[in-house]
Design a protein around this ligand. Sequence first.
Ligand code: S3P
Length: 163
Amino acid sequence: MKTIYLIGFMGSGKSTVGKMLGEQLGIPFLDTDQMVESEYGPISAIFRDKGEKAFRTYETEMLKRIPDNNHIVSTGGGIVEQEQNIAFMNGNGIIFHLNASMNEIASRLGNDPNRPLWGTNYAERVRLYNRRKELYIAAADVTILTDGKTAQNITEEISSQLR
Ligand code: S3P
């Protein structure tokens, strides 16, 4: 099976669903954020000490390490900020976009200090959300609306699309 990439805004459930999908299909699950952290340390420290640009370089490096078959991959919300990442994922596998509403995201994330780009200003959060949403939709093979659904529901929806 081709590698499956999950994309979507911070807090859209990519890691939870990815893990579940990997277990259900019996294939390995990888998370690009976790890969960056195990190699370079906490994301918040990378942003603080080296800046977003360094983080984006590490993120792309990890993405490109993942084989083009038999993996489920949860990506960071900013993976679509670089065209080369989108081209890589499109060339190597199938992209599913988990599309959660701004309200749902805001209530899930609260004021999470471990997500440097979530910040504190509501207007900026909305601006980022709206800009990213267009990028996710354009990049994805399939967009799944997630509001009101459990991780199990979403996992089943992806599985049935794959069949
Ligand atoms: C980011 C999202 C985060 C993480 C980093 C940057 C973003 O991942 O990669 O903080 O730019 O949206 P999650 O989507 O898993 O929170």
